[in-house]
Every structure is written in C-alpha cells, then in structure tokens.
Ligand binder design. Sequence first.
Ligand code: CAA
Length: 284
Amino acid sequence: MKVGVAGCGLMGAGIVEVCLKTGHETVVREINDECLERGLARLDKSMEYAVKKGKLTDAEREAARSRLIPTTDLGAFSDCDIVIEAITENREWKSTLWKEIAQHVKPDALLATNTSSIPLSSIAPSTGNPSRFMGLHFMNPVPVMKLVEIVQGIETSDETIAEGRAFVEGLGKTTILAKDTPGFVINVILVPYLCDAVRLLEAGVATKEDIDAGMKLGCGMPMGPITLLDFVGLDTTLSISQVLFEEFGDPRYAAPPLLRRMVESGFMGKKCGRGFYDYTGGGK
Ligand code: CAA
C-alpha cells in the first residue's frame, strides 16, 4: 500500500518510520521546507538509533529511506491508498487540513487521524468521506511501542475498520478497538494519572524525582509520570486534558495550574529541550 502521512512531528515521523521499515512507499507532507527538514532530521536520527541498537541493518535503513517521498504538496497524496493525519492536537487545524486533503485523495482511500483525544465525529464531515475515516492512535515512541488504538466513529464502516486493522498489523503492531468517545481508552486512563502527578508536585507532597522513582520502582512503570509528561509533551497533555474536561466536566481531567503555567512559559518537554526536567545538555 502507498501511504501518505500529513505532519512530520514527533508522531508523524514515527509513523513514517514504521511504514518505511515495513516496505510501504510513503509520502510525508509538511507545511514548509523548514518543518520538513526538521521532521526528516528526526526520522533519520531515530533510524540511526535503531541501527546503533542492532534493530536495523545499514542496508535496511537505506532501502527504507529510498521508499520515502518528502513533500510540501498535498497533491502528492493523490495516489495514496491510506492517508494518516498526524498534526498538532487542535480540532480546527485538523478539520481545515482534512478539507484540503479531501480535494486530493482517491475516493476509496482509507483516511485516518492520529488524534489522541478529539472525537472523530467532530472532524469526520471535513473529510468528505466519513465511512472511510477512522482513528489510528499510535503511541510514542512509535517505532518501539507495540500498540495502535483504532477508533470507530459513528459513520466509520466495519469494512474500513477491518482494512485499517490489517494495515496496522502489517506494521507489526497490536491493535485495540475503541468507540468514538473523547480520549478513547488510553488517554482516559493515562491523562488523569499524569495530571495527578503534577498535582502532587504542585502541592509540594514530593519532589519530581521521588514521584518518578515511586511509580517506576514501586509500580514497575518504564518511566515515572513526570518524565513521561516531558516525553509525551506538556502541550499535548494539556490539549488532551482540555478536551476531556470540556467533554466530561469531571475535575479529574482538569489541567493542574502548574501544567498550564509550564506550557505558557514554553516548557513543552523533551522535544524543545525543557519541561519539568532540563534536556539542553543532551541527557536529562
Ligand atoms: N527503532 C527501533 N527500536 C528502538 C528504537 C527505534 N527508533 N528506539 C529504541 N528502540 C528499542 C531499543 O533497541 C530497546 O530494545 P531492547 O529492549 O530490545 O534492547 C528498546 O527499544 C528500549 O529502548 P532504549 O533502551 O533506548 O530506552 P529505554 O529502555 O530507556 O526505553 C522507552 C525507552 C521505550 C521510551 C521506555 O522508557 C518506555 O516504554 N517508556 C514509556 C513510554 C510510554 O508510555 N509511551 C506511551 C505514551 S502515551 C502516548 O503516546 C499516547 C498519547 O496520546 C499521549
């Protein structure tokens, strides 16, 4: 299958990487040359790391890279069998982009959004083909995490879900299926957990290091919640919590003031060098 990916940020680059590595010719589209170059650098760095870790040979990396079609032109999606949108978690931006994508894709192409919380039904009309539209929620880091959460919108056909599942399994991932509710399965559980960790920090109950050590060593989490927040992105977590709070009105989803202040001050997490921890020296 020929794949189109809109957005080459943290998630988009990871999705492109797994598609390339599993043999798919993949178009990646960014809004301008600067964003495209940054995204490709991210992709190359990750594949370099995979080679260093012995997960990929040099020859496999070269073959994967040769399947990549980088572009700033949405018209390049015209012969793609599936288009996956992986841009910033913003309902208006996603809807606007889908209206543009709809003008270029094949009528039978599979259409997927990597949204982590926004209800599909609020974006679906913009795609012009809601029965072919589904959620494919990849986890970060995409090349490593084994799960993709598939989301079935009100109008998504069963055939679309079956084709989406087959595609994702071909990428070597395991799937779970969720109905179209805000946050689906993963983030309804994960985001309150992350927000609770910030609330503990805010209340001065424990240091960030101790909160992280508590969950990592005490509960076997691969990384503590404050580190995970930096990893996922503070802005992304804030956006998700806002969607959940707006939809459910439940205080456990409300963003802690400290999270808001961090985002307003430009502490977005690892991707920008500073979050709750400092990454400017390369390490944490
Ligand atoms: N390609 C292929 N393999 C890679 C890779 C890459 N680019 N990068 C890392 N790996 C492999 C490594 O080779 C290693 O494999 P082995 O165990 O076989 O040696 C494994 O992945 C772990 O990598 P590292 O040793 O480099 O790093 P680590 O042990 O410190 O683990 C981590 C890093 C995988 C990120 C781990 O800390 C972890 O799982 N953290 C939790 C991540 C998480 O919860 N993600 C979900 C976030 S929620 C989300 O994404 C949804 C949302 O909407 C918010």
